[in-house]
Design a protein around this ligand. Structure first.
Ligand code: ADP
Length: 334
Protein backbone atom coordinates (compact mmCIF):
# COMPACT_ATOMS: atom_id res chain seq x y z
CA UNK A 1 0.00 0.00 0.00
CA UNK A 2 2.43 2.65 -1.12
CA UNK A 3 1.42 6.29 -1.53
CA UNK A 4 2.63 8.00 -4.68
CA UNK A 5 2.19 11.70 -5.29
CA UNK A 6 2.82 13.10 -8.76
CA UNK A 7 3.28 16.78 -9.52
CA UNK A 8 0.70 17.94 -6.96
CA UNK A 9 -0.04 21.66 -6.92
CA UNK A 10 -2.50 23.57 -4.71
CA UNK A 11 -2.86 27.35 -4.80
CA UNK A 12 -5.22 29.05 -2.34
CA UNK A 13 -5.37 32.43 -4.04
CA UNK A 14 -5.15 33.08 -7.77
CA UNK A 15 -1.79 34.63 -8.61
CA UNK A 16 -0.45 33.91 -5.10
CA UNK A 17 2.41 31.49 -4.48
CA UNK A 18 1.18 27.88 -4.25
CA UNK A 19 1.01 26.22 -0.82
CA UNK A 20 2.10 23.00 -2.58
CA UNK A 21 4.03 23.33 -5.81
CA UNK A 22 4.67 20.41 -8.22
CA UNK A 23 5.35 17.99 -5.38
CA UNK A 24 6.25 14.40 -6.26
CA UNK A 25 7.35 11.72 -3.83
CA UNK A 26 6.76 8.13 -2.86
CA UNK A 27 5.93 6.78 0.62
CA UNK A 28 7.06 3.14 0.59
CA UNK A 29 4.59 0.41 1.58
CA UNK A 30 4.68 -0.60 5.24
CA UNK A 31 7.05 2.21 6.27
CA UNK A 32 6.64 5.42 8.25
CA UNK A 33 7.40 8.39 6.00
CA UNK A 34 7.77 11.84 7.56
CA UNK A 35 6.80 15.05 5.82
CA UNK A 36 9.23 17.37 7.57
CA UNK A 37 9.57 21.13 7.24
CA UNK A 38 9.14 24.46 9.00
CA UNK A 39 5.74 25.99 9.62
CA UNK A 40 4.10 27.11 6.37
CA UNK A 41 6.09 24.68 4.20
CA UNK A 42 2.89 23.06 2.89
CA UNK A 43 2.96 19.82 4.94
CA UNK A 44 -0.67 19.90 6.15
CA UNK A 45 -1.98 20.93 2.74
CA UNK A 46 -0.11 18.01 1.18
CA UNK A 47 -1.52 15.56 3.74
CA UNK A 48 -5.03 16.91 3.18
CA UNK A 49 -4.62 16.51 -0.59
CA UNK A 50 -3.64 12.86 -0.05
CA UNK A 51 -6.56 12.32 2.36
CA UNK A 52 -9.01 13.86 -0.13
CA UNK A 53 -9.87 16.78 2.20
CA UNK A 54 -8.46 19.23 -0.37
CA UNK A 55 -8.68 19.13 -4.15
CA UNK A 56 -5.46 19.76 -6.10
CA UNK A 57 -5.25 22.27 -8.96
CA UNK A 58 -3.18 19.68 -10.79
CA UNK A 59 -1.31 16.45 -10.16
CA UNK A 60 -2.30 12.97 -9.05
CA UNK A 61 -2.42 10.80 -5.92
CA UNK A 62 -2.04 7.01 -6.06
CA UNK A 63 -2.71 4.68 -3.13
CA UNK A 64 -1.62 1.10 -3.65
CA UNK A 65 -1.08 1.80 -7.33
CA UNK A 66 -4.63 3.07 -7.96
CA UNK A 67 -5.30 6.67 -8.98
CA UNK A 68 -7.59 8.12 -6.29
CA UNK A 69 -7.26 11.82 -7.21
CA UNK A 70 -10.95 12.10 -8.11
CA UNK A 71 -12.23 10.08 -5.12
CA UNK A 72 -13.87 11.85 -2.18
CA UNK A 73 -12.42 11.28 1.29
CA UNK A 74 -14.97 8.57 2.28
CA UNK A 75 -13.98 6.36 -0.65
CA UNK A 76 -10.23 6.56 -0.12
CA UNK A 77 -10.37 4.45 3.03
CA UNK A 78 -7.60 6.33 4.82
CA UNK A 79 -7.22 6.82 8.58
CA UNK A 80 -6.46 10.39 9.64
CA UNK A 81 -5.31 11.73 13.03
CA UNK A 82 -4.98 15.48 13.59
CA UNK A 83 -3.18 17.48 16.26
CA UNK A 84 -6.43 18.51 17.90
CA UNK A 85 -8.10 15.34 19.08
CA UNK A 86 -11.34 15.96 17.19
CA UNK A 87 -13.13 13.47 19.45
CA UNK A 88 -16.86 13.84 20.06
CA UNK A 89 -17.12 15.24 23.59
CA UNK A 90 -20.61 13.94 24.31
CA UNK A 91 -19.66 10.35 23.38
CA UNK A 92 -17.76 7.77 25.42
CA UNK A 93 -14.42 6.39 24.25
CA UNK A 94 -16.21 3.27 22.90
CA UNK A 95 -18.76 5.36 21.02
CA UNK A 96 -16.00 7.49 19.53
CA UNK A 97 -14.11 4.44 18.28
CA UNK A 98 -17.34 2.87 16.96
CA UNK A 99 -18.39 6.01 15.08
CA UNK A 100 -16.81 5.28 11.68
CA UNK A 101 -17.97 1.66 11.82
CA UNK A 102 -21.56 2.66 12.49
CA UNK A 103 -21.42 5.14 9.60
CA UNK A 104 -20.40 2.17 7.45
CA UNK A 105 -23.38 0.22 8.82
CA UNK A 106 -21.41 -2.74 10.14
CA UNK A 107 -23.46 -5.28 12.17
CA UNK A 108 -23.61 -4.48 15.92
CA UNK A 109 -21.63 -7.56 17.02
CA UNK A 110 -18.87 -6.78 14.55
CA UNK A 111 -18.72 -3.15 15.73
CA UNK A 112 -18.38 -4.29 19.37
CA UNK A 113 -15.68 -6.83 18.53
CA UNK A 114 -13.73 -4.30 16.44
CA UNK A 115 -13.94 -1.65 19.18
CA UNK A 116 -12.60 -4.18 21.73
CA UNK A 117 -9.76 -5.06 19.38
CA UNK A 118 -8.88 -1.38 18.79
CA UNK A 119 -8.95 -0.48 22.49
CA UNK A 120 -6.59 -3.39 23.13
CA UNK A 121 -4.35 -2.22 20.30
CA UNK A 122 -4.00 1.26 21.80
CA UNK A 123 -3.89 -0.14 25.36
CA UNK A 124 -7.03 1.61 26.60
CA UNK A 125 -9.26 -1.43 27.32
CA UNK A 126 -10.13 -0.18 30.80
CA UNK A 127 -11.26 3.30 29.74
CA UNK A 128 -14.01 2.54 27.19
CA UNK A 129 -16.81 4.03 29.32
CA UNK A 130 -15.09 7.36 29.95
CA UNK A 131 -15.75 10.62 28.13
CA UNK A 132 -12.86 12.52 26.48
CA UNK A 133 -12.88 15.15 29.26
CA UNK A 134 -11.94 12.37 31.74
CA UNK A 135 -8.76 11.44 29.83
CA UNK A 136 -5.24 12.88 29.67
CA UNK A 137 -4.08 14.50 26.42
CA UNK A 138 -1.99 11.45 25.54
CA UNK A 139 -4.91 9.08 26.18
CA UNK A 140 -7.24 11.20 24.03
CA UNK A 141 -4.78 11.03 21.19
CA UNK A 142 -4.63 7.22 21.52
CA UNK A 143 -8.45 7.15 21.22
CA UNK A 144 -8.09 9.22 18.03
CA UNK A 145 -5.68 6.54 16.72
CA UNK A 146 -8.12 3.77 17.67
CA UNK A 147 -10.91 5.58 15.83
CA UNK A 148 -8.76 6.10 12.74
CA UNK A 149 -7.62 2.44 12.73
CA UNK A 150 -11.07 0.95 13.39
CA UNK A 151 -12.14 1.32 9.76
CA UNK A 152 -9.14 -0.83 8.73
CA UNK A 153 -7.66 1.95 6.61
CA UNK A 154 -5.29 1.25 3.74
CA UNK A 155 -2.91 3.94 4.99
CA UNK A 156 -2.55 6.09 8.10
CA UNK A 157 -2.16 9.88 7.73
CA UNK A 158 -0.97 11.77 10.82
CA UNK A 159 -0.90 15.58 11.02
CA UNK A 160 1.35 16.60 13.94
CA UNK A 161 -0.49 14.06 16.13
CA UNK A 162 1.60 14.87 19.22
CA UNK A 163 2.01 18.60 18.56
CA UNK A 164 -0.32 19.74 21.36
CA UNK A 165 1.29 17.60 24.06
CA UNK A 166 4.15 18.42 26.42
CA UNK A 167 7.65 17.15 25.69
CA UNK A 168 7.63 14.15 28.01
CA UNK A 169 4.27 12.80 26.79
CA UNK A 170 5.35 13.50 23.22
CA UNK A 171 8.44 11.36 23.66
CA UNK A 172 6.41 8.56 25.27
CA UNK A 173 3.89 8.60 22.43
CA UNK A 174 6.67 8.59 19.85
CA UNK A 175 7.86 5.29 21.33
CA UNK A 176 4.26 4.10 21.50
CA UNK A 177 3.66 4.94 17.81
CA UNK A 178 6.79 3.02 16.91
CA UNK A 179 5.38 -0.05 18.69
CA UNK A 180 1.93 0.45 17.15
CA UNK A 181 3.47 0.59 13.69
CA UNK A 182 5.42 -2.61 14.34
CA UNK A 183 2.14 -4.33 15.29
CA UNK A 184 0.05 -3.00 12.38
CA UNK A 185 2.66 -2.62 9.62
CA UNK A 186 0.50 0.14 8.08
CA UNK A 187 1.94 2.53 5.51
CA UNK A 188 2.07 5.76 7.51
CA UNK A 189 2.62 9.39 6.59
CA UNK A 190 3.57 11.65 9.50
CA UNK A 191 3.54 15.45 9.25
CA UNK A 192 6.00 17.01 11.68
CA UNK A 193 8.13 20.15 12.04
CA UNK A 194 10.30 18.33 14.59
CA UNK A 195 13.45 16.96 12.95
CA UNK A 196 14.24 14.79 15.98
CA UNK A 197 10.82 13.14 15.68
CA UNK A 198 11.26 12.56 11.93
CA UNK A 199 14.78 11.12 12.25
CA UNK A 200 13.83 8.90 15.18
CA UNK A 201 10.57 7.43 14.00
CA UNK A 202 10.59 7.22 10.21
CA UNK A 203 12.33 5.05 7.64
CA UNK A 204 11.87 7.66 4.90
CA UNK A 205 11.90 11.47 5.16
CA UNK A 206 10.55 14.04 2.69
CA UNK A 207 11.84 17.53 3.57
CA UNK A 208 9.58 20.35 2.39
CA UNK A 209 10.40 24.02 2.02
CA UNK A 210 8.10 26.68 0.57
CA UNK A 211 5.74 24.15 -0.95
CA UNK A 212 8.44 22.10 -2.67
CA UNK A 213 10.41 18.94 -1.92
CA UNK A 214 13.85 20.08 -0.74
CA UNK A 215 15.17 16.50 -0.37
CA UNK A 216 13.83 12.98 0.13
CA UNK A 217 15.66 9.92 1.43
CA UNK A 218 16.45 7.79 4.45
CA UNK A 219 17.06 9.63 7.75
CA UNK A 220 20.79 8.85 7.32
CA UNK A 221 20.82 10.33 3.79
CA UNK A 222 19.12 13.50 4.91
CA UNK A 223 21.39 13.91 7.91
CA UNK A 224 24.73 12.81 6.42
CA UNK A 225 24.32 13.96 2.83
CA UNK A 226 22.21 17.14 2.74
CA UNK A 227 21.99 18.49 -0.79
CA UNK A 228 21.30 22.13 0.08
CA UNK A 229 22.20 24.68 2.78
CA UNK A 230 18.51 24.68 3.80
CA UNK A 231 18.42 20.95 4.58
CA UNK A 232 21.84 21.06 6.27
CA UNK A 233 20.86 23.82 8.66
CA UNK A 234 17.23 22.79 9.22
CA UNK A 235 18.27 19.25 10.13
CA UNK A 236 21.01 18.94 12.71
CA UNK A 237 21.74 22.68 12.78
CA UNK A 238 24.85 22.52 10.57
CA UNK A 239 27.01 25.62 10.17
CA UNK A 240 27.85 26.55 6.61
CA UNK A 241 31.33 27.53 5.45
CA UNK A 242 31.53 29.29 2.10
CA UNK A 243 34.48 29.24 -0.25
CA UNK A 244 35.79 28.54 -3.76
CA UNK A 245 37.58 25.74 -5.57
CA UNK A 246 41.26 26.60 -5.76
CA UNK A 247 43.82 24.24 -7.28
CA UNK A 248 41.43 21.31 -7.01
CA UNK A 249 40.62 21.89 -3.31
CA UNK A 250 37.83 23.74 -1.54
CA UNK A 251 39.45 26.80 0.01
CA UNK A 252 37.35 27.70 3.04
CA UNK A 253 39.28 30.25 5.07
CA UNK A 254 42.24 28.41 6.54
CA UNK A 255 40.77 25.02 5.56
CA UNK A 256 41.42 23.21 2.29
CA UNK A 257 39.10 20.25 1.79
CA UNK A 258 38.66 17.64 -0.94
CA UNK A 259 35.92 18.48 -3.46
CA UNK A 260 33.77 16.28 -5.72
CA UNK A 261 35.65 15.50 -8.94
CA UNK A 262 33.16 17.45 -11.08
CA UNK A 263 33.94 20.75 -9.32
CA UNK A 264 35.49 23.42 -11.57
CA UNK A 265 38.25 25.84 -10.66
CA UNK A 266 36.79 29.03 -9.16
CA UNK A 267 33.35 27.48 -8.52
CA UNK A 268 31.58 28.46 -5.28
CA UNK A 269 31.37 25.63 -2.71
CA UNK A 270 29.71 25.13 0.68
CA UNK A 271 30.90 22.88 3.46
CA UNK A 272 28.51 21.82 6.22
CA UNK A 273 29.75 21.11 9.74
CA UNK A 274 27.68 19.70 12.58
CA UNK A 275 27.93 21.38 16.01
CA UNK A 276 29.27 18.19 17.66
CA UNK A 277 31.78 17.34 14.91
CA UNK A 278 34.18 20.12 15.87
CA UNK A 279 36.75 19.88 18.62
CA UNK A 280 37.31 23.06 20.56
CA UNK A 281 40.78 24.07 21.75
CA UNK A 282 42.49 27.24 22.95
CA UNK A 283 44.32 29.03 20.14
CA UNK A 284 47.80 28.11 21.46
CA UNK A 285 46.94 24.39 21.63
CA UNK A 286 44.95 24.28 18.37
CA UNK A 287 48.15 24.94 16.37
CA UNK A 288 49.04 21.24 16.88
CA UNK A 289 45.79 20.07 15.26
CA UNK A 290 45.95 18.85 11.62
CA UNK A 291 43.20 21.24 10.47
CA UNK A 292 42.97 24.18 12.83
CA UNK A 293 40.44 26.94 12.21
CA UNK A 294 40.67 30.04 14.33
CA UNK A 295 37.67 32.09 15.35
CA UNK A 296 36.48 34.51 18.00
CA UNK A 297 33.97 33.39 20.59
CA UNK A 298 30.89 35.54 20.10
CA UNK A 299 28.42 33.83 22.41
CA UNK A 300 28.28 30.99 24.94
CA UNK A 301 25.10 29.23 25.91
CA UNK A 302 24.78 26.49 28.48
CA UNK A 303 22.15 23.88 27.54
CA UNK A 304 21.82 21.09 30.11
CA UNK A 305 25.07 19.08 30.06
CA UNK A 306 26.33 20.92 26.95
CA UNK A 307 27.77 24.30 26.05
CA UNK A 308 26.96 25.85 22.68
CA UNK A 309 29.69 28.17 21.45
CA UNK A 310 29.12 30.59 18.58
CA UNK A 311 32.39 31.36 16.78
CA UNK A 312 32.99 34.05 14.16
CA UNK A 313 35.65 33.03 11.63
CA UNK A 314 37.93 35.57 9.90
CA UNK A 315 35.91 34.92 6.68
CA UNK A 316 32.80 36.24 8.47
CA UNK A 317 31.15 32.78 8.58
CA UNK A 318 29.50 31.84 11.88
CA UNK A 319 30.08 28.37 13.28
CA UNK A 320 28.22 26.77 16.16
CA UNK A 321 30.17 24.24 18.20
CA UNK A 322 28.65 21.99 20.83
CA UNK A 323 30.86 20.49 23.54
CA UNK A 324 30.08 18.69 26.77
CA UNK A 325 30.23 20.78 29.94
CA UNK A 326 33.26 18.83 31.21
CA UNK A 327 35.12 19.29 27.93
CA UNK A 328 34.36 23.01 28.08
CA UNK A 329 35.46 23.30 31.71
CA UNK A 330 38.75 21.56 30.84
CA UNK A 331 39.57 24.40 28.40
CA UNK A 332 39.87 26.72 31.39
CA UNK A 333 37.90 29.52 29.67
CA UNK A 334 35.75 31.58 32.00
P1 ADP B 1 2.51 23.58 7.20
O1 ADP B 1 1.59 22.44 7.49
O2 ADP B 1 3.84 23.14 6.67
O3 ADP B 1 2.66 24.52 8.35
P2 ADP B 1 0.35 24.52 5.52
O4 ADP B 1 0.10 23.46 4.51
O5 ADP B 1 -0.58 24.60 6.68
O6 ADP B 1 1.86 24.44 6.01
O7 ADP B 1 0.33 25.92 4.80
C1 ADP B 1 1.09 26.20 3.63
C2 ADP B 1 0.72 27.59 3.13
O8 ADP B 1 -0.64 27.57 2.66
C3 ADP B 1 0.79 28.66 4.18
O9 ADP B 1 1.26 29.83 3.59
C4 ADP B 1 -0.66 28.81 4.63
O10 ADP B 1 -0.89 30.12 5.08
C5 ADP B 1 -1.43 28.54 3.34
N1 ADP B 1 -2.75 27.94 3.60
C6 ADP B 1 -2.98 26.74 4.16
N2 ADP B 1 -4.30 26.47 4.23
C7 ADP B 1 -4.93 27.54 3.69
C8 ADP B 1 -6.32 27.89 3.44
N3 ADP B 1 -7.30 27.06 3.79
N4 ADP B 1 -6.57 29.08 2.86
C9 ADP B 1 -5.56 29.90 2.49
N5 ADP B 1 -4.26 29.65 2.68
C10 ADP B 1 -3.94 28.49 3.27
Amino acid sequence: MSIIVEQLTRRFSPGGSPAVSSVSFQAPAGAITSLLGPSGAGKSTLLRLIAGLEVPDSGRVFIDGADCTAQPVQQRNVGVVFQSYALFRHMTVRQNVAFGLEMRKLPRAEVEARVDEMLRLVQLEALGARHPAQLSGGQRQRVAFARALAIRPRVLLLDEPFGALDTRVREELREWLHGLHERTGLTTLLVTHDQQEALEISQHVVVLSEGRVAQAGSPEDIYDRPTSPFVASFIGGASILRGHVQQGRAALGSLALAVPSAAREGEAVHAFVRPHDIKLARTDEAARSPSPVTGRVERLKSVGGFVKVLLRLPSGDEVTVQVSRSEFDALGVS
